[in-house]
Design a protein around this ligand. Structure first.
Ligand code: MF3
Ligand code: CO
Length: 282
């Protein structure tokens, strides 16, 4: 136990290039999963698809075995917010499924999550939940692009959600993202809301997983007996979006986005850092 802040691992441009390889493969895994999701498919089947694709590409899943975690993906359905364990229940039309996954290439980790609605949405409120959570992620990434301190990310996410959703959506107290690099979870914490901590200074070489989670209505939650599943307890459903992002001296690069974040950042008046893999085939 120390009262000094934990050291933040700063990556070299060469290391960020390998993290981009890791993130880009994870992007392709998520694209594959988006195609595979439909009524009747089980989250066990999605887990197997992700596992096989990661292995076939010569990478290693980083969730599997992490503190005993039993799967490649977290699959969080409806009122499950995060860390749901894949199972054999067929997905139904209107289910909300958050798929979270990560992998390792040459020792460098990536971590990203997307929320899908299976088939037709059950309500406008469900569509709003999923859209606002994704946009909250981009609000956090956009804040990082000009932030002096890591704490500005959570403040931007909270302000965005307040403005878009008012009281209709809640964050979960105690949850947020993290540093990422030679391990999946590193310093610093990246909370999903405003706290008193300003956090460490943002510097080139910093890589962060930003991952807002939102619940419809009241944000109360409980941890199930499996010690993983985080379930909303006030009747609302939940969404979770995550990207791994690098800070470079040429701006931020969204490691787990197909285009490095270029389009979403441009829509917010920000130029993404150049993709170190640009020009490579494949
Ligand atoms: N993206 C998840 C997180 O940062 C990773 C979960 S680790 C697992 O919380 F072991 F649950 F897979
Ligand atoms: Co994460």
């Amino acid at each position: 136990m120390s009262f000094l802040p934990e050291r933040v691992e700063l990556k070299t441009p060469e290391q960020i290039q390998v993290m981009r390889r890791s993130g880009l493969l994870l992007h392709h895994v998520h694209e594959m999963l988006a195609e595979a999701i439909r009524p009747g498919v089980t989250t066990d089947q999605l887990d197997t698809l992700a596992h096989d694709m990661i292995r076939d590409e010569g990478a290693t899943p980083n969730f599997l075995g992490y503190q005993g975690y039993p799967a490649t993906l977290c699959a969080s359905v409806n009122d499950v917010v995060v860390h749901g364990i894949p199972d054999d229940r067929p997905l139904e039309e209107g289910d909300i499924v958050s798929l979270d996954g990560g992998l390792i290439i040459d020792g460098w980790h990536s971590d990203a999550a997307r929320t899908h609605i299976v088939g037709a949405p059950r309500s406008v409120a469900d569509e709003d939940l999923v859209r606002i959570t994704e946009e909250a992620l981009w609000a956090g990434i956009a804040a990082l692009a000009s932030a002096e301190r890591v704490g500005e990310i959570g403040a931007a996410i909270e302000d965005f959600v307040d403005e878009e959703a008012g009281e209709t959506l809640s964050h979960l107290e105690g949850f947020g993202g993290h540093g990422i690099g030679s391990a999946m979870h590193q310093a610093p914490d990246v909370m999903n809301y405003r706290t008193r901590a300003r956090g460490p200074k943002v510097r080139p070489g910093m890589c962060l997983a930003i991952e807002p989670m939102l619940i419809q209505g009241v944000g109360s939650w409980e941890l199930e007996d499996d010690d993983w599943t985080v379930r909303a307890t006030a009747g609302g459903r939940a969404a979770h979006w995550e990207h791994s992002v690098a800070v470079t001296d040429q701006g931020v690069l969204v490691l787990t986005a197909g285009d490095g974040g270029a389009a979403q950042l441009a829509a917010r008046g920000i130029t993404a850092a150049p993709d170190p893999l640009a020009g490579e085939a494949g």
